[in-house]
Design a protein around this ligand. Structure first.
Ligand SMILES: Cc1cc2nc3c(=O)[nH]c(=O)nc-3n(C[C@H](O)[C@H](O)[C@H](O)COP(=O)(O)O)c2cc1C
Length: 252
């Protein structure tokens, strides 16, 4: 079909009267609203989702190059989670540049309860409260960047365990951070937050995502929407399953 015809058909549909039985589009009057039991506007299950960025980069190379790519990928993932109709993600983002955790000398679990620095206690509570984790990372030498493993290592596996994680890696080269992704599976598994099967790997990321995390036109937005949907759907399935089971049976 000629695209202009499709366009015309959609416009026509948008202007057509609602089908019989469809709810009126006008807002209810005050009187009507007062006599109707309010229906919750958002019945999506809530998931506390901790997004961890892997890059602590604050400068570019002398030969130029982009500003930190982690920012756009983090925005992309955050926007995808916020747009989900199947779960309401209460998102916390951990950015190593903002967290400024020093190279690990004393992890949180080395402190007797009540004696850790308040900042570490607060971060530990966030790890504990999370229902799932999303790691957004570049790769360094086909491996996990140190800022990310440093951040993860501060907290004991008991806080991460019995919840799922999801891995999103990126690079401006052709492999999309595959080396780090493979190693992250192992590390996250050891922390007890088992990675879901699906991974997002975004190659040539500066051509796919703009600086705000939006899709660059002409780079397969539909394909990416499907990939992101599978990624989020798997994460939510496991996160809800684990949340329900923790509530029913606690943890071993
Ligand atoms: C120490 C170091 C090692 C790197 N190793 C890889 C690599 O193995 N594979 C790759 O695709 N890019 C590699 N890069 C390039 C990074 O992917 C690139 O700098 C990327 O922009 C980092 O993500 P960021 O912009 O979020 O900091 C490396 C960069 C550095 C500084």
């Amino acid at each position: 079909m000629d695209p202009s015809q499709t366009d015309g058909a959609e416009k026509h549909a948008a202007n057509a009267p609602p089908p019989e039985g469809a709810p009126a589009s006008e807002p209810p009057s005050d009187l009507a609203a007062a006599s109707i039991t309010p229906v919750p506007t958002d019945e999506r299950p809530v998931l506390k989702t901790l997004v961890l960025l892997g890059s602590a980069r604050t400068s570019s190379a002398f030969w130029g190059g982009s500003s930190r790519l982690a920012t756009r990928v983090g925005n992309f993932v955050q926007q995808a989670l916020e747009a989900r109709s199947t779960a309401r993600h209460e998102i916390t983002v951990w950015d190593p540049v903002e967290l400024e955790l020093p190279m690990l000398e004393r992890p949180h679990f080395y402190y007797e309860p009540g004696t850790a620095p308040p900042k570490l206690d607060e971060l530990a509570r966030v790890v504990e409260a999370a229902d799932c984790y999303v790691v957004v990372s570049c790769e360094y030498n086909h491996s996990i960047p140190p800022a990310l493993s440093n951040m993860l290592d501060y907290f004991g596996q008991s806080r991460y365990a019995y919840k799922p994680s999801a891995i999103c890696t990126y690079s401006d080269g052709p492999w999309g951070g595959m080396g780090a992704a493979v190693q992250l599976r192992s590390m996250l598994g050891e922390l007890g937050c088992i990675p879901i099967q699906n991974m997002l790997r975004i190659a040539t990321v500066s051509k796919v995502l703009d600086e705000d995390g939006g899709m660059v036109p002409g780079n397969g937005a539909g394909d990416w929407a499907r990939r992101v949907d599978t990624f989020c759907a798997q994460l939510e399935w496991w996160a809800m399953a684990a949340k329900n089971q923790r509530a029913a049976a606690g943890r071993p």
